[in-house]
Design a protein around this ligand. Structure first.
Ligand SMILES: [Zn+2]
Length: 145
């Protein structure tokens, strides 16, 4: 998987971050953890999200969804602030009908926290950054099932 180019928030080095990896991405220059943001669909979700060793925030979104466009930057900000602690996986429900059905995403955005492939928290609808941050922090503080 090719992955995305991510600029290190600490030293500015550009790194290629794979969409799936056994550990978690670190900057090749300063070794600080890098924000981990990846896209997944029906065929890659197992590898990208369920197999991740760190908690995963799943953003079920669609290009035509206005509230999704408000939530996505807030989630990317959280993924940057929580680099090394969470992975953000974005799923376009329009091209991922199996995931949409599996997670019952009738309303979007639907946000999930996955730990070891299990859904441990769920939030439907847009929310401001502060509310998302406390939702994620609470989900991360809850022991994995
Ligand atoms: Zn760096």
């Amino acid at each position: 998987m090719p992955g995305e180019l991510i600029r290190c928030p600490h030293c500015g080095q550009t790194n290629r971050v794979p969409t799936a990896a056994a550990g978690k991405p670190q900057c090749g220059k300063c070794h600080e953890p890098l924000p981990w943001i990846a896209d997944a669909d029906d065929s890659t979700f197992g590898e990208v999200a369920e197999a991740a060793r760190i908690p995963v925030i799943v953003d079920l979104w669609a290009p035509w969804c206005g509230p999704c466009r408000m939530v996505s930057p807030a989630l990317e900000r959280l993924a940057t602030d929580l680099a090394g602690k969470v992975k953000l996986v974005k799923v376009n429900v329009d091209v991922s009908p199996r995931l949409s059905q599996r997670f019952g995403a009738q309303a979007i955005p639907t946000l999930l926290v996955l730990r070891g492939g299990q859904v441990t928290a769920r939030q439907t609808g847009a929310a401001p950054l502060a509310a998302l941050r406390s939702w994620v922090n609470k989900a991360l503080a809850t022991p994995a099932p």
